[in-house]
Design a protein around this ligand. Structure first.
Ligand SMILES: Cc1cc2nc3c(=O)[nH]c(=O)nc-3n(C[C@H](O)[C@H](O)[C@H](O)COP(=O)(O)OP(=O)(O)OC[C@H]3O[C@@H](n4cnc5c(N)ncnc54)[C@H](O)[C@@H]3O)c2cc1C
Length: 596
């Protein structure tokens, strides 16, 4: 299956909606519009020409484990070498350690492309970037000196070792031990499962970030520490040295992302070093998890785009039946299926969800950049709060959207969608994991309500709604958009009221938190996307009024916005009604009665 980066839409989002060049100037990173466009074009060529062609075979071939060594699918090793040599791996890394310090508002677009080209390939590098963030923020100077530079360059990869057989969502249950040694290191012992890239043949060293308990640690999540445990201990000259006491015991055989190794990792008294303070491991890991959750959201976006591209290509070529009002292509035996309203419904649903999520991704990326790079502390704090509110929405909604888009793609292909050679069923299988790992989407929704909404009594959410309400008032000033603006305005007001209701009911009955969470997250996402579609429409209308050219592109934006507001946004109403249905009907049935 071919993949082409959606460069025109990316430029629309980056330049026309988010003024990426102005953003870079504010951050002082020396990137200008020309450079950014050049990087995006290179990225499109790399992902489309080098990575996408590997994806299908990676699904067929999968990974192999022999004598403790994992072989990745044909072509992955060479492509990863190129990925490192061309500097893609170091794009976002800290400048002090050889990174290029690209802001997320630029790099997110590259990462979306990578995910769309091959999620399996991206898995190996994705967690390394999160590990770099955690190590840079919490690691000792010695650890940074010995490991960070190689991880930033991508020569060494990183993993995230949280999950154990008995400890998935609930990390309080984890048992891996870390015992202090006289030289300041620790001996790490335990079994981790489901470790992405735990073993592979692409990088010369693998640096595991492992959650474990010290001997005197308090029970539960307050007694978890983070340790760096390398496959090969780094030599003083920066080369991989002594083999550590850890191994890959097995790899999983799974539904999708078969080209990405998912490993059982055994730590048998392996040497490790503390990252951050003892018993503060979860807080340190959260640095990595926030990034990882944003990245998993982008996985949904990339796969959703890839599925849309596949569906669109097919819908323009496949000839079946005539259009309802007569032949659209009388010279052919039948019309292309894109003439049928139901096929258009699926394609436009994909298109508007994907492009809507891309706008929200850019907005979130900008907050992440400001959280780390704004020059005053108040701006950094405000951006951190905004990003924290949005990350669970991005992770859960984008990945649900990716799965939905893949499912529409299968449907657009008809029976051929079910057949392997067309690639749509692979996208459906590959995207399914994104709803599960990095905290299931149910857990993201709980995080949104419990930590983010109840955490500050709804203050940050109301600030976000205020910002969107102001943008809506601006758009309402354009006569052509008055009707769209009134739809969005009404939804923003409803969102505010709904949040207040959810807070009140959750305070009265804790079960309401879990009973309303998924619907509230979905509702919030649909309304957020409506706000962005209105902004897109306003920008497009201005371009049309100014006669800047590309009229068809901007008309399509207006038509997409109209479709989204009329045909997709109404889903928010059913989520609202469902959540107002309350917890009682969920909790009333005794456990035994489920089996009747
Ligand atoms: C391919 C793959 C790659 C992975 N990569 C990594 C990795 O690199 N590193 C790593 O550490 N882990 C990794 N994981 C593990 C992954 O993050 C976990 O599988 C995931 O967090 C869920 O944990 P679990 O499977 O134990 O499910 P469980 O925690 O057992 O959850 C089962 C169900 O119960 C629900 N549930 C659990 N608790 C609650 C609650 N409090 N409230 C409401 N619902 C709840 C969940 O939402 C879910 O639907 C990977 C998994 C896979 C399959």
């Amino acid at each position: 299956m071919s993949y082409q980066a959606p460069l025109r839409d990316m430029r629309f989002v980056l330049h026309e909606l988010f003024d990426v060049a102005g953003h870079c100037e504010r951050l002082g990173n020396g990137l200008d519009r020309e450079l950014i466009d050049g990087v995006l074009e290179e990225a499109a060529a790399f992902t489309g020409n080098e990575i996408a062609p590997l994806n299908r075979n990676s699904d067929e071939e999968g990974c192999r484990l022999e004598n403790g060594q994992v072989s990745t699918p044909k072509g992955f090793r060479a492509a990863y070498k190129q990925y490192v040599e061309n500097g893609w791996a170091s794009m976002t890394g800290p400048v002090d350690f050889g990174g290029q310090g690209f802001p997320q508002l630029v790099s997110f677009a590259f990462h979306e492309m990578l995910m769309g080209a091959s999620l399996s390939f991206r898995v190996y590098s994705g967690l390394t970037e999160g590990a770099v963030l955690a190590l840079d923020k919490h690691g000792s100077d010695e650890l940074k000196r010995d490991y960070l530079g190689k991880m930033v360059s991508g020569e060494w990869t990183g993993t995230m070792c949280l999950t154990e057989p008995q400890a998935g969502t609930d990390l309080a249950l984890l048992r891996t031990k870390a015992e202090p040694q006289a030289d300041g290191s620790y001996k790490v012992t335990g079994n981790k499962i489901f470790i992405s890239g735990g073993e592979q043949d692409m990088s010369e060293n693998i640096v595991h970030l492992v959650l474990a308990r010290l001997p005197d640690a308090p029970a539960g999540v307050k007694g978890i520490s983070l340790l760096l445990v390398p496959k090969f201990v780094a030599n003083a000259d920066g080369t991989p040295g002594a083999v550590n006491a850890l191994s890959c015991g097995a790899i999983e055989h799974k539904m999708g992302i078969k080209g990405a190794s998912t490993c059982v990792m055994n730590f048998d008294g392996a040497t490790g070093w503390l990252v951050g303070e003892a018993n503060q491991g979860l807080a340190c890991m959260f640095t990595m998890m926030n990034d990882a959750r944003f990245q998993v959201g982008l996985q949904g976006l990339g796969l959703g785009e890839a599925a849309f591209q596949g569906a669109l290509r097919y819908a323009r070529e496949r000839l079946q039946s005539r259009g309802l009002t007569g032949a659209a292509a009388p010279e052919k035996a039948a019309d292309p299926i894109i003439v049928h309203p139901d096929v258009r419904r699926m394609l436009l649903t994909q298109k508007t969800l994907v492009e809507g999520c891309r706008m929200l991704a850019a907005y979130t990326a900008r907050q992440l950049d400001l959280e780390h790079g704004a020059d005053d502390a108040a701006a950094r704090k405000a951006a951190a709060k905004r990003a924290a509110l949005l990350i669970p929405i991005v992770k859960a909604f984008f990945t649900d959207m990716g799965q939905e888009s893949a499912s529409h793609a299968v449907q657009v292909y008809g029976g051929h969608g079910f057949i392997r050679e067309w690639g749509m069923e692979q996208l459906m299988r590959d995207s399914r994991i994104t709803q599960l790992y990095e905290g299931t989407n149910g857990i993201q929704a709980l995080d949104l309500i419990r930590r983010k909404l109840l955490g500050d009594g709804g203050a940050e959410l109301n600030a976000l709604i205020d910002e969107f309400a102001a943008m809506t008032r601006d758009a309402a000033g354009q006569p052509a958009l008055a009707e769209m603006a009134s739809v969005v305005e009404a939804r923003l007001q409803q969102w505010r009221e709904l949040a207040a209701q959810v807070i009140a009911s959750s305070q009265q009955d804790a079960q309401e938190i879990g009973a309303t969470s998924v619907d509230f997250l979905q509702y919030s996402a649909y309304v957020l996307l409506a706000g962005f579609w209105l902004q897109a429409a306003a920008t497009a209308q201005r371009a049309l009024d100014a006669g800047t050219g590309e009229a068809a592109f901007y008309q399509a934006k207006l038509q997409s916005a109209a479709f989204y507001l009329r045909r997709v946004l109404p889903r928010a109403s059913s989520h609202r009604e469902a959540l107002l249905g309350g917890a009682a009907c969920l909790m009333a049935m005794p456990e035994e009665s489920f089996a009747f």
